[in-house]
Design a protein around this ligand. Structure first.
Ligand SMILES: *Cc1c(COP(=O)(O)O)cnc(C)c1O
Length: 411
């Protein structure tokens, strides 16, 4: 059986998660207004039909190859491995994708779905702008109108990405409510979608939100793990001892882990943002201090105070800076299949520089969290072990921020 038909078969098995109401155990679901239910049903039906259709996978694979630049390499990080003197470290090079990160895997999949659903317009939310740029890119490629919701505070901080989206033909809509950040942008995008669903597809950017988004985003991103599994078998003749990925909403981590879930010999580590400390407001380590609640359509771990108010979050990396986490990860957290750890801002910054100096690769600050955990684990594990780390994105976007933190000025 081909990879895609094996995946399609797995998704039809009644035991496979999520269940028909979008639950991974007790997490997930569809906590939205009645006006959005129809949109979610339509999307789920379209997704299941497309996913079972070999033509859809052929189209997607062609775009992945010629537009995105897949398959991405699995690279043996010899310099880093030698410096640490421990496990052999491999990097899955999602940083080499068009637009610089894994996010485009998902926006391509959803754009092809929107074409099949005969939508004319794409909307998206964005925090730092990475997902907004990836959505604007596919909108330009396929001729969709495109509006991107962005908290006005984020738009001010990330004005270069706003300009980049404009150059690609998208309109950025600043959101002035609440804390003027990602959470408010998602709420605004859902509101738009509830009255524009006939013409519009909402491209959610991570494995989060109401069903079926966690399912469809993980399905598109699982190309990362399918490639990595084949590549490591070819290079090492066996599966890795551990896989490591950073966790924002959960799309690059679930994408890498999904094809390894039943390989129980592989330990899976999700790395959250430990920020400045684990005090409220200083981090985004949902599994360290979060409690179960409902946020933006999904039941999951949420950082909240005693009254259920959403806590502020902080991370040096904008992509990990969010108060809730994808429901599928919550399920595998409780079952113990995925181990969650956190890495501080300082440790991530150190890993950013270490990878630059040992490998000639500047990782995104999000990915630097995964690298930092790999540095710790490689030393513990010893030389006959194998680690695979998801290098979810490139660090070019973060160079100015790192300069600011180090007190370097250019004027
Ligand atoms: C957005 C982003 C992340 C975090 O999002 P996930 O959905 O958890 O993958 C991680 N790395 C990079 C480079 C990103 O742009």
């Amino acid at each position: 059986m081909s990879d895609s038909s094996r995946m399609a078969a797995a998704m039809r098995r009644p035991s496979s998660l999520p269940d028909r109401n979008g639950y991974f155990g007790e997490y997930g679901g569809r906590f939205v207004s009645e006006s959005l239910m129809e949109a979610l049903y339509e999307l789920e039906a379209a997704f299941r039909k497309a996913w079972a259709d070999p033509t859809y996978h052929r189209e997607m694979n062609e775009v992945y190859r010629d537009f995105v630049g897949r398959a991405t390499p699995l690279y043996f990080a010899e310099g880093l491995t030698r410096k640490l003197g421990g496990a052999r470290i491999y990097l899955k090079r999602e940083d080499l994708n068009h637009t610089g990160a894994h996010k485009i895997n998902n926006t391509v999949g959803q754009a092809l779905l929107a074409l099949r659903m005969r939508k004319k317009r794409l909307i998206a939310e964005t925090g730092a702008g990475q997902h907004g740029v990836a959505t604007a890119t596919v909108a330009a490629r396929y001729g969709f109108e495109c509006d991107v919701y962005m908290g006005s505070e984020d738009a001010r901080r990330q004005s270069l990405n706003v300009f980049r989206m404009n150059l690609l033909g998208a309109t950025v809509k600043p959101v002035d409510s609440g804390t003027k950040t990602l959470k408010d942008a998602i709420s605004e995008a859902l509101r738009d979608w509830s009255h524009s669903v006939l013409s519009t597809h909402y491209v959610l950017g991570t494995a989060f939100g109401p069903h079926p988004f966690p399912l469809i985003v993980r399905s598109f991103q699982s190309v990362i793990g399918r490639e990595a599994r084949k590549q490591i078998l070819r290079k090492e003749g066996r599966l890795p001892d551990a896989l490591i990925a950073c966790v924002g909403g959960g799309s690059n981590s679930m994408g890498l882990f999904f094809p390894f879930l039943s390989d129980l010999e592989c330990v899976l580590y999700g790395v959250e943002a430990g920020g400045r400390s684990l005090k409220p407001g200083e981090h985004a380590a949902r599994f360290q201090t979060g409690k179960v609640g409902v946020l933006q359509g999904s039941r999951t771990y949420v950082l909240q105070d005693g009254d259920g108010q959403i806590e502020k979050t902080h991370s040096v990396s904008a992509g990990l800076d969010y108060s809730a986490v994808g429901p599928e990860l919550a399920y595998y957290h409780d079952s113990g299949r995925i181990s969650f750890v956190s890495v501080s801002d300082d440790e991530a910054l150190e890993a950013f520089e270490t990878l630059g100096k040992t490998e000639g690769i500047l990782p995104a600050l999000e990915s630097s969290h995964a690298i930092a955990w790999a540095i710790r684990k490689a030393r513990d594990l010893g030389p006959d072990r194998v680690l695979v780390v998801n290098l979810s994105g490139r660090g070019d976007k973060d160079v100015m921020e790192v300069a600011r933190i180090k007190g370097v000025s250019f004027s």
